[in-house]
Design a protein around this ligand. Structure first.
Ligand code: F3S
Length: 388
């Protein structure tokens, strides 16, 4: 790879051990992927925050790095294995909470902003269209490239960490305009509605394609539906981007493909608990859930997951209490799918609208999954509040 003068200096250790290690990681990735040079980025988003994923070895590595390096661009981090603060009805093991706090402290020391969050494309900190970033959370990468118009490859936690330190990333793959064109097409001929159905489409696409796919027949899909589609594509395959297009000949996704795909991600007849928020919900999504439940109460234990700024907004506006009275608890910081929450709740099966949640909850907690659209969950598992 061709390096500029200050990049050579960084690689030679002139800016310290941490920067040198970061350059080594970026150059190894760049060489493996055929990149010729590094390009500047405006933000980094790092995965590998959850103690369940990285364990003691990861924790020690991060604490060591936090002594040696600082982030040079806006950097956000993924959700945790346990909430970091606040009172919640689920009791997380103390040693897990302590390890998780040490991990987040190490990231904060290096300069990570805000709270643990897997949807960095939402909110006032989101990058603008056409900005080059280095993101490591697959749902965010797919949504960011496909809908928000940012440019990133599917980074690992380590390469995103290195990019956050250097402020650059290898120039290859989805950073290059030409590579963002659709190579294959999927023609959706069934009317899709709701996150669960879009998750089934994501399963279908993720399982079949590696490269950028153009999708026809989903014009007008909502933010919630596209979030679900992106998360599911990112879970079931290596793809980093799709395009919503008007035409293009490809394979059909009809009612029978929808039913087959849904059957793959939804195996349980019923669910003991309801978990919604994989990827994390925005404040607006939580408000919408509260509006749907006005005057009603849930019939099953129900938990929502969001990031800190929307959690605080929900509390300030009294929506947190309103939801609590409707039998719904809102969590922040913690990932519902990779924190063994179903196990901690003693649940054998979970109702959710998330294709990503379906995969990871099953993998981490061995639970059955019943996939339903969010509106159907809320109307089907609630009843009017008895005023007597
Ligand atoms: Fe986010 Fe955890 Fe799902 S990181 S996308 S809530 S698996």
């Amino acid at each position: 790879m061709i390096l500029e003068k200050d990049e050579e200096a960084g690689l030679n250790g002139e800016y310290g051990e941490g920067v040198q290690a970061a350059y080594r990681i970026l150059l190894a990735v760049g060489k493996a992927m055929g990149a010729q040079r590094l390009i500047p980025i405006t933000s980094a988003h790092i995965s590998g925050v959850n103690y369940y994923n990285i364990g003691d070895a990861g924790l020690e590595f991060l604490e060591d790095m936090s002594e040696k390096a600082r982030f040079s661009v806006k950097t956000t981090i993924n959700p945790c294995g346990a909430p970091l603060a606040g009172e919640f009805s689920i009791k997380f093991p103390d040693d897990l909470v302590n390890a998780q706090k040490r991990i987040v402290r190490a990231f904060s020391k290096m300069g990570a902003q805000g709270s643990c969050n897997c949807v960095p494309f939402e909110g006032e900190n989101a990058p603008g269209r056409g900005e080059h970033v280095s993101w490591a959370e697959s749902n965010a990468v797919v949504y960011g490239n496909s809908v928000a118009g940012i440019m990133t490859n599917r980074e690992s936690g380590l390469s995103a960490l290195a990019a956050a330190i250097v402020g650059k990333t290898p120039y290859y793959g989805l950073h290059i305009e030409e590579n963002r064109k659709s190579k294959d097409f999927v023609n959706v001929t069934v009317k899709l509605q709701g996150g669960a159905q879009f998750a089934a489409l994501g399963y279908f696409i993720g399982k079949r394609f590696r490269d950028v796919v153009g999708i026809t027949g989903i014009d007008g899909a909502s933010h919630v539906e596209l979030k679900s589609l992106a998360a599911s594509i990112g879970t079931y395959g290596p793809m980093g981007m799709f395009n919503i297009v008007k035409s293009g000949n490809g394979i059909e996704f009809s009612k029978s493909e929808l039913d087959e795909s849904m059957a793959k991600i939804s195996g349980a007849e019923e669910g003991d608990v309801i978990l919604i928020g994989c990827p994390f919900l925005s404040a607006e999504e939580v408000f919408q859930i509260a509006r749907s439940l006005k005057g009603r109460v849930m019939l099953k234990r129900t938990y929502l997951f969001t990031y800190r700024s929307s959690y605080e907004e929900i509390r300030e506006k009294g929506i947190y209490e309103e939801l609590k009275n409707a039998g719904v608890e809102v969590f922040t910081d913690v990932c519902p799918s990779l924190s063994r929450i179903p196990e901690l709740l003693g649940a054998k099966s979970v109702i959710t609208d998330s294709g990503k949640g379906s995969f990871y909850m099953n993998a981490s907690s061995r639970v059955g999954i019943k996939m339903m659209n969010r509106d159907d969950i809320l109307s089907g598992y609630s009843k009017p509040i008895d005023k007597k």
